[in-house]
Write a protein that binds this ligand. Structure first.
Ligand SMILES: [Zn+2]
Length: 155
């Protein structure tokens, strides 16, 4: 019994580490920016948000994501953020058009892409909405999660 629970604990720890390291690296379709260049996702615990779509010093499109924040979110919400950050690149925002409307458009692109490729279910969508309601912070496009999810529901 003790051996079983130790084995279980070890497996649980390993899978947690694996999940936090690989959450943006495996299992999702590749992401390309507006110029067709592949986007690379890098973990960085110093990012002051769940993730940020930006351009690396060498000009490559990248997403820097915070593994500590990611660990606190449901996998469905993380998947949504994978597409939300990809959307910024697909729509060319890091190349100079990060402005009013860009966050809203990224959310909408994420939802519609997930629908088009068949990875969204009603249950997953409900979880995403619940977490966006709970965790969204104010930005140029919404003052809170209620406004954000209202946009998303109507997109
Ligand atoms: Zn965004």
């Amino acid at each position: 019994m003790l051996v079983k629970s130790i084995v279980f604990t070890v497996i649980a720890c390993v899978s947690t580490i694996f999940a936090s390291e690989s959450v943006y690296a495996q299992g999702y379709p590749s992401c390309f920016n507006v110029q067709g260049i592949p986007v690379t996702y890098f973990p960085n615990p110093n990012v002051n948000d769940i993730a940020m779509a930006t351009t690396a010093p060498n000009g490559s499109p990248v997403v820097i994501w915070n593994p500590n924040i990611a660990a606190s979110l449901h996998p469905a919400t993380l998947e949504f953020f994978y597409y939300h950050e990809c959307a910024h690149h697909a729509l060319g925002h890091p190349l100079g058009s990060y402005g009013p409307g860009s966050e809203r458009m990224a959310d909408c692109w994420a939802k519609q892409t997930m629908m088009q490729i068949g990875v969204i279910t009603q249950n997953k969508y409900n979880i995403i909405i619940q977490q966006l309601l709970q965790y969204s912070t104010p930005n140029i496009d919404w003052p809170n999660g209620h406004v954000r999810t209202s946009y998303l529901n109507n997109c």
